[in-house]
Write a new protein. Structure first.
Lengths: 99, 99
DNA sequence: ATAGTAGTATCGGATAACCGATACAAGTGC
DNA sequence: GCACTTGTATCGGTTATCCGATACTACTAT
């Protein structure tokens, strides 16, 4: 997710994971994150992330009639997610007992 | 760890976890992170984190003779870590199968 | 058609994460 | 003593994160 030695990019990672489970809109993601974190991320936080993931070809808009865009993960996204997840687990593996 | 709706602060969280396991020096932490991430975080990354954790009373220097400072977690740090870990798990609970 | 609403999108600015370079402190070996 | 090494620390600058405010789009209902 990061490229260099950085801890940044966790939000992108999390969003990609959510989308990988099922197609979601920007607002769906905000709601899910609200459930998990207890506070609702701003629109100005989420849409740029979606845009970036999109520009990297990891997700695509699923044009489904209405004005609500649903995003789905691409094969490239799947691969990236796998790598990122592996890295994530390597980093935090000592947390496994906490789950 | 964060306070607001932010994803930032994962490095601090991780460092605090490492120290909670056993007393470590700045360089120990860099080495451990290198093992986990595959690249070595800069000194300019780690020491400011240590300083900040210290200033918040979550860790303390263990003055042990030599020039190598070891840090240990404080009771306050323990409590903070517990809270932060709970938040972390709530956020990423769907990753439990990946561990 | 007009008003209202829900979801999407962007922009500007503040914060903090992170690195590279540099400097400092305290041992070790010759 | 003097070079060398190892670990600690700071400073400056770049980049990313994140938010609040604002605007846009398109569907809905009256």
């Amino acid at each position: 997710m990061t490229g260099t030695c950085e801890m940044k990019g966790f939000l992108s990672f999390l969003v990609l994971r959510l989308i990988s489970k099922k197609a979601m809109s920007g607002d769906d993601i905000r709601s899910e994150l609200e459930k998990r974190k207890g506070c609702r991320p701003s629109a100005g936080t989420i849409y740029p992330v979606l845009k970036e993931l999109s520009s990297r070809g990891l997700i695509v808009e699923e044009k489904g009639g209405g004005r609500i865009k649903k995003y789905t993960i691409t094969p490239t996204g799947q691969k990236e997610l796998k790598v990122a997840t592996r890295k994530f687990v390597a980093m935090f593996y000592d947390l496994k007992d906490e789950f």
